[in-house]
Design a protein around this ligand. Structure first.
Ligand SMILES: *[C@@H]1O[C@H](CO)[C@@H](O)[C@H](O)[C@H]1NC(C)=O
Ligand SMILES: *[C@@H]1O[C@H](CO)[C@@H](O)[C@H](O)[C@H]1NC(C)=O
Ligand SMILES: *[C@@H]1O[C@H](CO)[C@@H](O)[C@H](O)[C@H]1NC(C)=O
Ligand SMILES: *[C@@H]1O[C@H](CO)[C@@H](O)[C@H](O)[C@H]1NC(C)=O
Length: 337
């Protein structure tokens, strides 16, 4: 009796420790092309771009594994077949243990377009990125994209995206961002024709601004749905941030953004949502909605007249299915939901 309960206790401790640690992925899956900073080993690549460019442009499924390091480069991914890129980590379930950083500091002003400023640019379908931080280090003063995404059936799992203005471009295609981190200040999740779902992320605001800027310009089926994310003050944030940021502003006048079950730990502006500008409000046809927003940051909210606060039954219509299609389980890594 004493013995068995003691073993049961030890088994429980082992189980809890296992769950708390999460899964480790510190060596390449078999068949993966290897990226290792400073490598001189034959068959390995010292940059992510060289590894991507080594792949055949055919329909075969390929995998890349990246060892810890900071890779200062732009990566342009266009191959036809499925591609999965893994960053080395001791805990695949979170961005917190990421060891791989891909960074560059090009502004859209210099690059000539938002897309071309992107540190990582995804112009292909069937792409997955796990446990990699992608940064645009340009800073304040221009659009400067970290991830530029145009593909369909694209997933980001436990990834970190860092920038200031326009960090994440979900320009078109169909995509999910799960259990990751997104940092910025101005319009830092934006795009025109993308269908996107954001679940279980930490969203860090670093200056007065707007989390989203949807450029939806007609009554099509695209939207950004956020469910179960947490909004925090980013490290090194401007002291003026609290009270001066919004869940979004409409880049175009059919902007459609839904935030469900969000915990907001830094004060939003009491209007919660903003016009685009005084001269161009763009609010005629917007759908800016939230449901079950909690945390200190929502206290005292008096939502703008063009915003919608959803009831539980209305909120049920907005989900990963409504955002990216009811077939999502065929291409999303649902272990991150
Ligand atoms: C990205 O790669 C594609 C295919 O190799 C090429 O056509 C395109 O010019 C590249 N874009 C940039 C900005 O390097
Ligand atoms: C691969 O093929 C696609 C489709 O033809 C093309 O758009 C893309 O630029 C090609 N990428 C590379 C790296 O050759
Ligand atoms: C509201 O959101 C919080 C945080 O995501 C969640 O824990 C809670 O279950 C939600 N409540 C409802 C009624 O959905
Ligand atoms: C939106 O419409 C496109 C084109 O008809 C379709 O492929 C896509 O699955 C639809 N998306 C959703 C979320 O229903």
């Amino acid at each position: 009796m004493l013995f068995s309960s003691r073993y049961a206790f030890l088994a429980l401790v082992a189980f809890v420790a296992d769950v708390a640690l999460g899964a480790s992925r510190t060596s390449p899956p078999s068949g993966a092309v290897i990226v290792r900073a400073g490598t001189t080993t034959a068959g390995e690549f010292s940059t992510v771009s060289k590894a991507v460019n080594s792949l055949p442009n055919d329909s075969s499924a390929r995998t890349i594994f990246i060892y810890p390091g900071t890779y200062t480069e732009q990566v342009n991914i266009t191959r036809t077949g499925p591609l999965t890129i893994y960053g080395s980590t001791t805990d695949t379930t979170t961005y917190l243990k990421n060891t791989v950083n891909i960074q560059f500091g090009l502004s859209a002003g210099t690059a000539g377009s938002d897309d071309v400023s992107g540190t990582v640019r995804v112009h292909k379908n069937d792409f997955k990125l796990y446990n990699v931080n992608v940064k645009n280090t340009f800073g304040q003063g221009s659009q400067a994209i970290a991830i530029s995404q145009y593909g369909t059936r694209v997933g980001f799992y436990g990834c970190g995206f860092y920038g200031f203005q326009d960090t994440v471009l979900v320009e078109q295609g169909v995509q999910v961002f799960l259990k990751g981190f997104i940092q910025g200040a101005t319009d830092f999740i934006f795009g025109q024709r993308g269908q996107a779902f954001f679940g279980g992320n930490t969203i860090a605001v670093t200056a007065p601004g707007y989390v989203t800027a949807s450029g939806r310009s007609s009554n099509d089926n695209t939207s950004y749905v956020f469910d179960g994310n947490t909004i925090v003050l980013g490290s090194g944030a401007a002291s003026t941030t609290p009270g001066k940021f919004y869940l979004g502003r409409p880049w175009s006048d059919y902007a459609k953004v839904i935030f469900k079950n969000t915990v907001v730990n830094v004060a939003l502006n009491s209007a919660v949502w903003s016009t685009w500008s005084t001269s161009t409000p763009n609010t005629d046809h917007v759908f800016f909605a939230d449901y079950n927003t909690t945390g200190s940051g929502i206290a005292g909210a008096h939502r703008a007249t063009f915003a919608t606060q959803l009831t539980a039954s209305q909120a049920a219509a907005y989900s990963i299915s409504s955002a990216v299609g009811s077939d999502y389980a065929t291409w999303v890594d649902t272990s991150y939901l």
